[in-house]
Write a protein that binds this ligand. Structure first.
Ligand code: ATP
Ligand code: MG
Length: 308
């Protein structure tokens, strides 16, 4: 077994709508996997199937090499759904106790202390959850998802509606959980910046189909590896601009004042662009390489899909 989650050709129709049209991907052990997609793409439906809360119509699904319908497999998964599932009139500690009982675990113990410290809620452990901020609730939901020490954590937009500093805290906890406790995290998110910061592997779903999938680093390279911004000392003449636009291999994108943006084709290097500009008498102040941003990949793939 070398994958934490393996999904093959999963299909699901809800009502008269084919919500998942045969999706496949796998999540490696120790991955922080980012599951991206616009509203209504099928993320929550995938998650519900992953957790065994909804049955797929067809296809294959393994979690840690086992069938999700076995209770022993389910115990190895923790989850945070799009509703936090916390009880407002109970304290944080009682919420954890309640979930522990569901798993048949002891009601007390230093486990709770550890979990509450992990999510930085130890000093509020005795307060009713109804008094918590959204960020605190999400942190507690994360602790709750880990009461039974699962191997895999599945989270549906865990930072949605949380303010920026709260998001940073939650991201740090997720990173610690994956890196220090060697857990696998499956995370659905709308936040591309978040996914870019913490995920090593991603899938992009759109209208029930996976449009992009793989190691984030490899995808970046495949998508053209970003580009280069060349700062010139003066505005370049229109005639040269027209010439640059004609040379496809340079991948000239746009000009902004004295900055020129290129994403060169394979086989064309930054030095080729620089020497061409120099030969036309352009003085160059600096050239900065930019990695492809997930945002650009996302936008271009969804635009392509719309056009087809
Ligand atoms: N019980 C249902 N019956 C019919 N259609 C449904 C049902 N549940 C979900 N859908 C439809 O399935 C599609 C996918 O929904 P899903 O909740 O999986 O999307 P999502 O990617 O999680 O979206 P969001 O980002 O808004 O959370 C949507 O078009 C939704 O309307
Ligand atoms: Mg959803």
């Amino acid at each position: 077994m070398n994958s934490a989650i393996s999904i093959e050709n999963i299909k699901k129709t809800l009502g008269n709508r084919e919500v998942l049209k045969g999706i496949s991907f796998s999540v490696g052990i120790g991955d922080i996997f980012g599951y991206l997609g616009p509203n209504g793409a099928g993320k929550t439906t995938t998650i519900r199937i992953l957790l065994g809360l909804l049955q797929a119509d067809s296809g294959r699904l393994d979690v840690l090499g086992q069938d999700i319908n076995q209770s022993e497999t389910r115990r190895k998964i923790g989850f945070v759904l799009d509703t936090d599932g916390l009880y407002d009139n109970m304290t944080a500690e009682h919420n954890l106790m309640f979930y522990s009982q569901i798993y048949g675990l002891p009601k007390a113990g230093e486990r709770f202390d550890k979990l509450l410290s992990m999510v930085d809620l130890k000093n509020r452990a005795g307060d009713r959850v109804g008094t918590y901020s959204k960020g605190m609730r999400q942190r507690l939901a994360l602790a709750r998802a880990m009461v039974h020490d699962p191997e895999v954590l599945v989270m549906d937009e865990p930072t949605a509606g949380v303010d920026p500093s709260g998001q940073i805290e939650i991201r740090q906890i997720m990173l610690d959980v994956a890196r220090k406790r060697n857990k696998t995290i499956f995370l659905s998110s709308h936040n591309l910046d978040e996914v870019q910061r913490i995920c090593n592997r991603i899938a992009l779903i759109d209208r029930g189909e996976i449009k992009l999938y793989g190691e984030l680093e490899n995808l970046r390279k495949k998508m053209g590896g970003g580009g280069v911004v060349i700062e010139t000392t003066k505005n370049i003449p229109e005639s040269l601009l027209a010439e640059l636009k004609k040379l496809d291999r340079l991948g000239f994108q746009k000009k902004k004042k004295t900055s020129l943006f290129f994403s060169p084709r394979q086989g064309t290097g930054v030095s080729d662009i620089i020497s061409l500009l120099a030969s036309r008498g352009v003085k160059i102040e600096e050239a900065v390489k930019k990695e492809a941003l997930l945002e650009e990949m996302y936008a271009s793939i969804l635009k392509e899909a719309e056009a087809s």
